[in-house]
Design a protein around this ligand. Sequence first.
Ligand SMILES: [Mg+2]
Length: 388
Amino acid sequence: MPRSVFHLDLDTFFVAVERLLDPALYGKPVIVSSGTARSVVSAASYEARKFGVHSAMPFAQAQRLCPQVIVCHGHFREYEKYSRAFFDILEEYSPNLQPASLDEGYLEYTGCEKLFGPPLVAATAIQARVKKELGLDVSIGISTAKVVSKIASDMAKPAGILYVRPGHEAALLAPLPIRQLFGVGPKTEPRLRALGIRSIGDLAQLPRALVGKVLGSMGYWLQDAAQGKDDSQVVRREQAKSISHEETFMLDTTDPKFLRHALHRLVCEVGYRLRKHGLKAGTACVKIRYADFSLHTKSKALNPATDMDRVLFKAGTQLLDKVLTCRVRIRLLGFAAQKLVEGKEQGMLLDVEDNKKMEHLQTAADQIRERYGYDTVRWASLLRPEVE
Ligand SMILES: [Mg+2]
């Protein structure tokens, strides 16, 4: 019995939720963005995409390309609410469900056929339920491997289902540009291009020895993926777990440098504990308590989920900037990793080589800490004086 893995991805999720909240937005070019000068587009409707607008694009550029675009500032609580409801529906079809972000996840359907029928029947039922109960479109890719299903759901958009029959994985991937392969980032792509590799099929056919020479051991994984072979497992979500650290300052402060420095320290401790438990954070959260004891928190989805100090700190500083709304002294700062997921493969979405180097460095540091204590290793940036 071949495996049957679903990748389910809500279509233009943030925009779709905005439209449920305000139906006047239907059919119009819409983006979700904080709309400040230096912000980026978090999501774009298909109408906006026709103008060349896409997510991760600077907001100013999106406005130039499509001056009539409607800007929504985002209702993140609502997104989380819909996300939870989405995963609750999915979980009825298989206990083996791995959310990859707020609006997408993998579902191991293998072994569930007796309950819900063949994969295509179950996928059709899921799609109909998500539409009926949540008013959202979901696209679904089905294949024997996560890496293939992920691409298939993308090809199925909008509101489609693409079922890749066992044995046809490599043929589906072959004509696609190499950058569409999970794990090929902006550093790996030029190296592959230099070898004349343009498509996933080109990589699939490259001699194995050459793959190892050019890309190292990660290359083997990539080539397997290019051939549609990926036996990585769907890892169940860990509900309601989080890892956090907080610090109450000796003196209340408003000093941004001091706060940033303290945040870095907290992030590194959280990162260390994540790695120790083989977990990655799907959400980062910063909390501050002002001197008047009012509590403020801001959180942010991390896609892909991560256990890397550097990535966590970047998210943390963005959140800290957002949460600091007034010049009142701060008595406590906290950082939490939430929506924890197990497993290694999520991190590879960024860029294989860059991540690998960072991972090696972190692993080495963690090993030293394991033997000699946490404080024996520090990022150089933490050695700066604490009060400036
Ligand atoms: Mg999506």
